[in-house]
Design a protein around this ligand. Sequence first.
Ligand code: GLN
Ligand code: ZN
Length: 764
Amino acid sequence: MQTHNLGYPRIGSQRELKKAEELFWAGKISEQDLEDVSLQIKISNWETQKHAGIDWIPVNDFSLYDQVLDLSVLVGAVPERFKKLAAQKSSNELYFAMARGYQKEGFDLKPLEMTKWFDTNYHYLVPEFTKSQTFSLSGDKPFREFEEAQKLGIQAKPVLLGPISYLLLGKEKEEGFSSIDLLDKLLPTYTAILKKLQDLGATWIQIDEPCLALDLTAEVKVKYQEVYQRLHTAFPELKIILANYFDCYGDNLDIALSLPVDALHLDLVRCPSQLDDILAHPALAHQALSLGLVDGRNIWKNNYENSLTYIRKAIEKLGKEKVWLAPSCSLLHTPYDLDLEIQLDPELKDWLSFGKQKLDELQELKEIAILPDAEHSLEYLKQNEQSIAKKALSKKVHNKEVKNALISLKASDFKRKAEFTSRQKIQKEKLQLPLFPTTTIGSFPQTKEVRLLRSKLKKGELSQEQYDAEIEKATTEVIHWQEEIGLDVLVHGEFERNDMVEYFGELLDGFAFTQHGWVQSYGSRCVKPPIIFGDVSRPVDMTVKWSVFAQKIAKRQVKGMLTGPVTILQWSFVRDDQPRSTTAFQIALAIREEVLALEKAGIQIIQIDEPAIREGLPLRKKDWDNYLTWAIEAFRLSSSGVEDQTQVHTHMCYSEFNDIISHIANMDADVITIETSRSEMELLGAFKDFRYPNEIGPGVYDIHSPRVPKKEEIIDLIQKAMTYLPEDNIWINPDCGLKTRQWEETKAALINMVEAAKVLRSQV
Ligand code: GLN
Ligand code: ZN
């Protein structure tokens, strides 16, 4: 029986890579310095895994930015626009230019597009393909890493993204072909990579084909058979472990099992149901099975008793030699090391396991499986049982009141009192807003000064009173400024918030925060998701104080500003002892209480942001309805307690709504603001076709860049919007919150936006 790992976090346990990269980009350290830091991280990762006793340790799972970009560079898929730069610069400079763009020395190169890696919060750089795309071996990263590991006596298993998933994850930059057509061109280069690894002494190679977790066309399925047959013929000696994760093989299972590979990996966290199918399958005879037991997407201790059930089943069918133990997917999506958390409540800590601890879990599971009666095995098992039992019974996890509140929910709790059309009349009467009301999405620039206040408060250099006074000052200024330029619905600016989820998590019960629980989001950017460990409740008001303060000094309406239940869920580590939907409803109830508290305090417009609804979509379409049903119900639960006259807004970032528009309509928000400017309002097509009844604020300028939109552009965009939507339903606002912007461009842009609204009003 072997243990192996599919991939390890690579940012460094102290985020060393992030820090080194940012210095390198700023020209403050050399390329060699960056290489040195990278090598240190790799060595430390390998040593940790070796020390834990892992038999096969991944290499080439490290990356300076992204593993998909690594492969693009390795196979020479460098888009044409970078060719001139490539001729002048080092390979690292080219690499980072593709990742981040290049805007100096007369160049103005856009980076590759970035998008979410399956249903994770990690983003990869989308390969770009043309019809006449060529490939050639153009780098040495996997070879170098393999040799580095070998030198240290590491039993290394190179990891490569598979050729089919690689092509499917890319984007065609021209019409008239599909990326999968490029397989024949890609394979010689891909084969050259394998050849070189084999020559260097690699025996096992892990090829990741996560697209096997998606709905595939018949054409692609056939390609899987062709490609892996060809690789097998070319390398009869080389052993391939094919890894799929994040969901079941589903109806791709027959294909996967028919491939001439030596081992197949199954994500047992996401897909326990397919283990029996696989074990019963006649085709399995020639393959080993890698059991993805330990959750690579979450931070809970493994339940050994459960895992051992799977292991025993597999052994019984296949024999010990053909059973491998593994995490469910790469550990990239977990934080490094629980031991670094010295401030965490010890009771909670006993339930958790980060990357490093997960390696130990694999090793312990292996020992228990091999020597079930040995003293140390019994001890491991006992320890694990105790932790699991303590968590199951803990008062910190279970809150009777919350559970009862969920059980007593009625259908009416999910519904506003009146239908939208009646509400709209009441609200128009009450709020007296002009045609094309102008507003913003919530946050104003989070300047260095504002962030400094928070860090001083944390360090005790500012008292709570001093901090509050400073936030009051910033809020007051922003309220007065909005009134001065004539915005119709104001916001308080969110200066008191570190992050739209963390801020709420810190005030809710059932949440915990780590000191070092960083996970890579993209490139050097990391996030530190909160941990939802218990029933969620709201012991205190969360936003009332600031909203009321802002409303008191304002002459116009101030929008209350909340984060919605699905977004809080989506951007946290979520407990796994109850369905995600249950946790979402608990959060929804807490937000609902906050909404009602705001209403009671006199706030008449309340926005509940849900930018993450779309990213929570399951990988397979068959599961979409189920998810969307509970996700939208959670939103409605949070928003439906108010009176008809209270106007509920929601905000969602860039989303193509075509395939989910009925669910978006079902949210029944009085106003939805969305990111649309980069689509030239075309995203509104879905709303038109659906005859979406409620009000919409299509974003009129992109907030991701400092560029200031001209008044005329905004007028033009709103005129386009009017071809999709009734003018009575249109709001005017930017694409998203302004926290990452500077004041200078923010002011200029919003002044133009308000001017544009005035012109538009005079035209109708
Ligand atoms: N209210 C939030 C803000 O303005 C919304 C951000 C988001 O949707 N990502 O910052
Ligand atoms: Zn947004």
